[in-house]
Design a protein around this ligand. Structure first.
Ligand code: COA
Length: 177
């Protein structure tokens, strides 16, 4: 649980953002590429668009994730290299990994991009002999829970008041063996 405490401290209460008019993007082919420190500004912008209601990761947290050698970053890009999705996963001890965050730009949602990204991440983890992946999700975030369940994750615990606004989280896990 000490690890959960560490991750929770990365959040700060998010600011209020005006509602955004979402126009679905045209159909296109996407690719998944590494997310590195050179993409810091893009990922910060996308993070703010993805997490509008509550806790956002801070610039400090992204700087940490982008510089921490045991953290893997991924971005989903359009043919013009625009970042429309991102995820970070931290490699832990005992062949485990922690999905730290995942987001898809609103105008590119419900196209299977998050599922593709999760599969890509899991494939990379299996190649590193990682056997277990875990994540936390707000109890109110039913769309993300549906995504994770579709990807084979199971709720193993409810953690009281995990988020800074007092909301509980579900701890979800999946075996990659
Ligand atoms: C959650 C999120 C990453 C999903 O991205 P996405 O690319 O739209 O997801 P996919 O198209 O791959 O959806 C896969 C499945 O997840 C579930 N799902 C995704 N979005 C959903 C929604 N809004 N409502 C219900 N189920 C949803 C569905 O089962 C979906 O399959 P279907 O489209 O065939 O019904 C995206 O909505 C997002 O960025 N949300 C804000 C950030 C966030 O909450 N991240 C997770 C933090 S724990």
């Amino acid at each position: 649980m000490a690890f959960l405490e560490t991750i929770r401290n990365f959040f700060v209460p998010g600011s209020y953002y005006e509602p955004e008019l979402i126009v679905p993007a045209p159909t296109m082919a996407y690719s998944i590429r590494p997310l590195t420190v050179e993409h810091q500004k893009q990922v910060l912008r996308l993070n703010l668009r993805c997490f509008r209601k509550g806790d956002n990761y801070t610039k400090y947290t992204f700087d940490y994730l982008l510089s921490e050698p045991r953290t893997l970053g991924y971005r989903v890009v359009t043919p013009t290299d625009e970042m429309v999705g991102f995820a970070f996963v931290m490699l832990k001890i005992q062949n485990a990994a922690h999905l730290t965050t995942i987001g898809i730009a609103p105008e590119h949602r419900r196209r299977g991009l998050a599922i593709d990204l999760m599969r890509h991440i899991e494939h990379g983890l299996k190649n590193r002999d990682v056997g277990t992946i875990m994540l936390e999700v707000r109890v109110s975030n039913s769309s993300a829970q549906d995504l994770y369940k579709r990807c084979g994750y199971t709720i193993v615990q409810r953690v009281n008041k995990y988020y800074s606004n007092g909301e509980d989280c579900f701890l979800m896990m999946k075996s990659l063996y």
